[in-house]
Every structure is written in structure tokens, then in C-alpha cells.
Design a protein around this ligand. Structure first.
Ligand SMILES: Cc1cc2nc3c(=O)[nH]c(=O)nc-3n(C[C@H](O)[C@H](O)[C@H](O)COP(=O)(O)O)c2cc1C
Length: 337
């Protein structure tokens, strides 16, 4: 399948996750076969401040293409200008966020708030398409809430996406009002593709394993799946999905040592973006996901969560994942501590 002119090796991609899908998580997802990754949402106004946009976190790295810049904002003209700036920084595609349910974002009339403003979405899409050459995607939810008016707005927005020729419509199968409560509605996601056959529709919600991802794709008739929380601390999910897509047997689960190496690699990449205890604090959010495969999960997670300094976390990972023998280091991938 294709997004714009980009051929994807499989229809499973890494979803945008603010605070998670920075370069290290994107890079690992890619290494395990993920064909497309997204940044977390970035406020359009940052792109218009020369000093802010110089920060490394806003720039794609050379070794992670194709990568999508996701932008959130309120004003169509500002979104479009920001899109042009992000394209200029080297991002391969632009994704407009009309899905975020965070109260602060809604109060500022951004993200999911715009599910109530189809006309603003139309203008944002049009102006963004005019401002960039790369593919333009959009992320929505299945409505602002469960009201009849919200449902009408939802279908109008899908119609706009089709009419304006967005290159991918990613849909989280919950309403904005639901936030993350209740199951995602995959029937509604499938109905979009039934009504708008030419739209490239990707679905999102509650995909935590390869089997469910494949089933959702097959049953809904949509084009692809964006994987969000299920990929946190679990880049191996993409490896398994790629094998299934290519008709190969599922790869064996990663050994304990292989898991430890990936955890350390991820942490070391984080240490290049933040230093000392701040890097450890940032990385903690990945540990529940990573330790899920450990045979002594709870104790391992608690031990790793208790580490305060980078060297403590590194040595705790090595011990828990058998990367260190009594006589010293058994395996030591590009050590920086
Ligand atoms: C912590 C967190 C951060 C998220 N950040 C973003 C974001 O920046 N942009 C976006 O479009 N969706 C964001 N999402 C929504 C996800 O991309 C996804 O649509 C949603 O989590 C449903 O998928 P899941 O149930 O598989 O996690 C976020 C979700 C979570 C839990």
C-alpha cells in the first residue's frame, strides 16, 4: 500500500504518542520493521519561533526516514505555515491533529475541539496542502461526543478528508469525550472505508498484539493500523507484524539478553537527549512495557523504577537481564557509562 508516493512494507505503523515517540522510540520501531513513524504532536506556534525550532527535538534525524511531523493548532493559516517549516526541516509528511482530548488543548480550541468545526478542518487541510509538497495526513476521533450533532460533524469531516484528498485519514475509535475510556469502536472505523472507498483509512485503538492487529485489519476492511500504547516498550511487535505480512513464521520471542540490550540501547539514546537523573526520570515510562516480557516482571519493574542515576539503571538492567556475570560484563553494547 502507498501513502502519497511512499510504498509501505506493511500496513502497520507507529502512532504518534506525545512524550513517547521521540527519536529513540521511533528509531527502534523502525529497526524492528516499522515502515512509518510519527512524532508526538507539536504545537504549530513553535515552528514559527526561530529560536524554539532550533531545538534538536523538533528535527528529524538522518537515519529515521520516512517520519511524519504531527502538528496541533487552532488557526488554519498558522497550521499551514508550521507545516511548511516542518517540511523544510526534513519531515516526509505532515499530520494534522484533530483528535487530542487533553483539557488544556481543548480549552485552547485545538486538537479534538476541532471535531466540532468541520469548516475550520477544511480550511486547515486546504491551506496546508497549498503550503507543502509532501503528503498531508490527518488524525481524528469518531466524533466529539455521542450526540447526533457530533455524528453529523464526524461524517462531514470524513467527507472533507475525501474531497480534499488527504493522503491518510487516521481514526482513533473513541470520541473526544471518551478520552481513553471504553473499547475503541472498530465498526465505526470500518464504516468510513465503506462510505469513502478512495480514502486511505488507518484505524487506532486497543491494539496490543499482532493477532489483534491482523484481525482488526481483516475485519474492518480499512487500509492500515496505527499502533500506539501497544508499541511502548515493545518494538518486537513490528518484527512480528512484518513476518506475518510477508507470510513468514512469527519470529521467536526475544531472549532475556536481547530484551536487555534493547532496553539499554533505548535508554542510551535517551541519555543523549537528556542527562543524569532527568534521563532516568524520562525513561521510567517505558519500563512497564519493557518488563512485561520478564519472567519476574513485578520485582524487575520495581527494581528498575527505583534506580535514580543512569549508572544505577544501567547496572540494574544488566543484572535483571543476565547481561553481566559475576566476573564482569558479559555483553556490552556501545556502553556510555
Ligand atoms: C500517552 C499518549 C499520548 C498520545 N499522544 C498523541 C499525540 O501526540 N497525537 C495523536 O494523534 N495521538 C496521540 N495519542 C493517541 C494515540 O495515537 C492512539 O490513537 C490512542 O492511544 C489509541 O490507540 P491505543 O488504544 O492502541 O493506545 C496519545 C495516546 C497516549 C496514551
Amino acid at each position: 500500500m502507498k501513502i502519497g508516493s511512499l510504498e509501505l512494507s506493511m500496513p502497520f505503523v507507529q502512532a504518534p504518542l506525545a512524550g513517547y515517540t521521540d527519536y529513540p522510540m521511533r528509531k527502534l520501531a523502525r529497526r524492528f520493521g516499522c515502515p512509518l513513524t510519527f512524532t508526538g504532536m507539536m504545537l504549530d506556534q513553535f515552528a514559527l519561533h526561530a529560536k524554539a525550532i532550533r531545538q534538536e527535538k523538533f528535527h528529524p534525524a538522518d537515519d529515521e526516514h520516512p517520519v511524519v511531523a504531527q502538528i496541533v493548532g487552532h488557526d488554519p493559516a498558522t497550521l499551514a505555515r508550521a507545516a511548511a517549516v516542518f517540511e523544510g526541516l526534513g519531515y516526509d509528511m505532515i499530520d494534522l491533529n484533530f483528535a487530542c482530548p487533553v483539557p488544556k488543548v481543548l480549552r485552547r480550541q485545538r486538537g479534538g475541539f476541532l471535531m466540532q468545526k468541520p469548516d475550520l478542518i477544511r480550511q486547515a487541510l486546504r491551506q496546508t496542502r497549498d503550503a507543502v509538497r509532501c503528503p498531508v495526513l490527518m488524525k481524528i476521533r469518531i466524533g466529539f461526543d455521542r450526540s447526533a450533532a457530533a455524528e453529523e460533524d464526524f461524517w462531514t469531516i470524513c467527507e472533507i478528508a475525501a474531497a480534499e484528498g488527504v493522503d491518510m485519514l487516521a481514526v482513533h475509535g473513541r470520541t473526544v469525550g471518551q478520552k481513553y475510556r471504553g473499547p475503541a469502536d472498530w465498526t465505526r472505523i470500518g464504516q468510513i472505508k465503506q462510505r469513502f472507498a478512495t480514502l486511505t483509512v488507518f484505524g487506532s485503538g486497543d491494539i496490543f498484539d499482532a493477532q489483534t492487529a491482523v484481525e482488526r485489519l481483516d475485519c474492518s476492511g480499512i487500509d492500515g493500523i496505527v499502533i500506539a500504547r501497544g508499541a511502548v516498550g515493545n518494538p518486537w511487535l513490528f518484527d512480528e507484524l512484518l513476518a506475518r505480512t510477508q507470510g513468514r513464521p512469527s519470529p521467536p520471542p526475544p531472549t532475556l539478553a536481547a530484551q536487555g540490550e534493547v532496553i539499554l540501547e533505548h535508554f542510551q539514546m535517551c541519555c543523549r537527549m537528556r542527562t543524569g537523573r532527568r534521563a532516568v526520570a524520562y525513561f521510567r515510562k517505558f519500563l512497564p512495557g519493557y518488563t512485561r516480557r520478564h519472567p519476574d516482571r513485578k520485582a524487575t519493574m520495581l527494581t528498575l523504577l527505583a534506580a535514580q542515576r543512569p549508572e544505577d539503571l544501567t547496572s540494574a538492567v544488566k543484572t535483571a537481564y543476565g547481561l553481566q556475570t559475576a566476573s564482569g560484563t558479559k555483553h556490552n553494547p556501545s556502553q556510555i557509562f
